[in-house]
Ligand binder design. Structure first.
Ligand SMILES: NC(=O)c1ccc[n+]([C@@H]2O[C@H](COP(=O)([O-])OP(=O)(O)OC[C@H]3O[C@@H](n4cnc5c(N)ncnc54)[C@H](O)[C@@H]3O)[C@@H](O)[C@H]2O)c1
Length: 326
């Protein structure tokens, strides 16, 4: 297959692109290497991808249709035939981060909503075989039914970020019903692992512990999360690209809900150091608990997360120590 993968220099995009490249697919990466977090980490991921002959990177912005067309032209050249079953778009580029969205609403609307609309519009124009796109557990907001199931009502996101992801699911629905664009939305649950995002909890905690600074633990440490190891997520994304359903939405979680404090203890063990803890109240936009029911993905995608935190966190730490030489 030929896959246009947006957000290829990002955390999840990098691992997914690598998995696709290793099995021999052609991947056209697309990313603007924005500066929300250290772009050096994005360049390091991209450098690894550029080591594969079957990878091409287009540097561009989702908001710029001409940039996007450069990538779509590579996907559907030279014939632009009516139906191109061997082509896919894997749309992972987005402004991510709940707190970041509260402070920067405009860029979330532009990148996540307008940018995603540009993707769907071009998928229609280029007759792409199907789209798999990133949604998020954030769309469930403070849903009281647990574990979260795809059919639960999810109309009350707690953050602007969650709202943009819910909007992406509606865009997918409209492009499918109006224009027959096939799509699969994946609601990811707190992804962690090597080459992880510096704004996410595991990375922040690791930083504070190694530097001997107090860890800021929100929600007084009483939060629960369905943590998902990044290679399990990548396997789920690849399965969704292969199955290419007409219109579906799946939860992709780790299959187990963990206490935040157990996550921290596992990290401390892996680092061989106990951190000082500063307990703080919940932050706006955060939810107390996320828990995924993954039975639909297990049944329809063969999704089967393999890595629990006892194994996944040491893998993250191994990468972290080597990358930051600490
Ligand atoms: N990491 C998680 O736990 C998690 C959870 C739920 C959903 N998601 C979603 O999964 C996707 C990937 O997340 P991630 O953790 O890899 O984030 P990331 O920030 O590491 O990756 C996103 C990439 O998209 C790029 N990008 C952003 N705006 C762009 C634009 N306008 N044009 C071109 N490129 C742009 C960024 O430069 C970045 O490299 C996102 O859609 C995110 O919302 C992630």
């Amino acid at each position: 297959m030929k896959i246009l993968l947006t957000g290829s220099a990002g955390f999840i995009g990098f691992h997914t692109a690598k998995m696709l490249l290793e099995r021999g697919d052609t991947v056209i990466g697309f990313d603007n290497f924005n500066e929300y977090y250290d772009p050096e980490l994005k360049r390091a991921r991209n450098k690894i991808l550029e080591g594969y002959d079957n990878f091409t990177i287009i540097r561009g912005d989702l908001k710029n249709v001409d940039d996007l067309k450069k990538a779509f032209n590579l996907l559907n050249e030279p014939t632009k035939q009516r139906t191109n079953d061997e082509t896919r778009v894997c749309h992972l580029a987005a402004q991510a981060g709940v707190r970041h969205s509260i402070e920067n609403p405009d860029i979330f609307i532009q990148d996540n909503i307008q940018g995603t609309n540009n993707i769907f519009e071009l998928c229609k124009e280029y007759n792409v075989g199907g789209v798999t796109y990133a949604s998020s557990s954030s769309i469930y907001g403070d849903n009281e039914q647990s574990p979260f199931k795809e059919e639960h009502k999810a109309d009350s996101p707690m953050s602007l970020y969650g709202m943009t992801k819910k909007c992406n699911e509606l865009q997918a629905y409209t492009y499918h019903s109006l224009h027959g664009v096939k799509s699969t939305g994946l609601r990811f649950f707190t992804v962690y692992g090597p080459y992880g995002r510096p704004d996410m909890a595991l990375f922040l905690f690791a930083n504070w512990i190694t530097k001997g600074e107090p860890m800021q633990i929100f929600g007084e440490g009483k939060m629960q999360r369905d943590f998902t190891f990044v290679e399990d997520i990548a396997a789920g994304i690849v399965a969704a690209l292969d199955k290419n359903y007409d219109y579906e939405i799946f939860n992709l979680g780790g299959g187990k809900t963990e206490e935040l404090m157990d996550y921290i203890t596992t990290l401390e063990k892996a680092l061989g150091k106990v951190g000082e803890k500063e307990m703080l109240p919940m932050q706006p936009g955060d939810v107390v608990s996320t828990s995924a029911d993954i039975s639909k993905a297990q049944k329809m995608l063969g999704y089967n997360p393999q890595t629990q935190i006892a194994e996944g966190i040491p893998k993250f730490v191994e990468w972290y120590k080597q990358y930051y030489q600490c």
